[in-house]
Design a binder for this molecule. Structure first.
Ligand SMILES: O=C(CO)[C@@H](O)[C@H](O)COP(=O)(O)O
Length: 215
């Protein structure tokens, strides 16, 4: 059984509150928020202020994905505004072990994201400490891209690797829809991030359809 975490990157920003209430009505538990800095990825999105407003508005778990260089400089700020989960990129952290400790010391759950070209073996010495491994199934930066099929092998590899030894959850993000979501859950995914497939069309219906496939 997996859960769906809608990515607000594809939401209607002028009606964000309404969109979030619809997600709550559809039984969603977690909201995915992509913070893009224009350096690590070629796009710009939100900062801590948006997270703070969303935190005041909803009790959904906030899953904040820092697609940025020097994420260590912003951990405190995102914890202060109420992030429940903070995910940093393996590729962006010179001192990954230290950044994970910092997130956990602040009481948030710690995630590490892997770009499509980065193998799980790069996390060997931190897997004991991470709560989430996030497999990017597109090159990060934009919604609406095509799912990279090979990432199914990465999800399966992470599932094999954790066995009974590690407690991390496997999250997958990018290009996920009604057609490919089943194979991801069968490969071991626990958290499914989706933007376009949730926000294009009827939000509640879309959540219910995906929810019925992954439960
Ligand atoms: O991180 C990203 C994109 O880089 C995602 O969180 C997207 O928001 C997912 O959007 P879809 O691929 O589902 O449209």
């Amino acid at each position: 059984m997996a859960i769906l975490a809608p990515s607000i990157l594809s939401a209607d920003f002028l009606n964000l509150g309404d969109n979030i209430r619809k997600l709550e009505n559809a039984g969603i538990e977690m909201l995915h928020i992509d913070i893009m800095d224009g350096h690590f990825v070629p796009n710009l999105t939100f900062g801590p202020a948006l997270v703070e407003y969303v935190r005041r508005f909803t009790r959904l778990k906030l899953d904040v994905h820092l697609m940025m260089t020097n994420p260590q400089d912003y951990i405190d700020e995102f914890c202060d505004v109420g992030a429940d989960y903070i995910t940093v990129h393996q590729e962006a952290c010179m001192h990954l072990d230290r950044v994970i400790s910092l997130i956990k010391k602040r009481g948030a759950k710690a995630g590490v994201a892997l770009n499509p070209a980065t193998p799980p073996s790069t996390l060997q010495y931190v897997l004991d400490d991470v709560d989430i491994v996030l497999v990017m199934s597109v090159n990060p930066g934009f919604g609406g891209q095509k799912f990279i099929e090979r990432m199914l092998f990465k999800v399966a590899e992470l599932d094999r690797l954790r066995g009974d030894k590690y407690g991390y959850q496997i999250e997958v993000d990018g290009g996920i829809n009604n057609k490919n979501v089943k194979s991801l859950v069968e490969s071991g995914a626990d958290i499914i991030v989706a933007g376009t497939a949730v926000f294009r069309g009827d939000i509640i219906e879309n959540c219910k359809k995906i929810g019925a496939i992954i439960k």
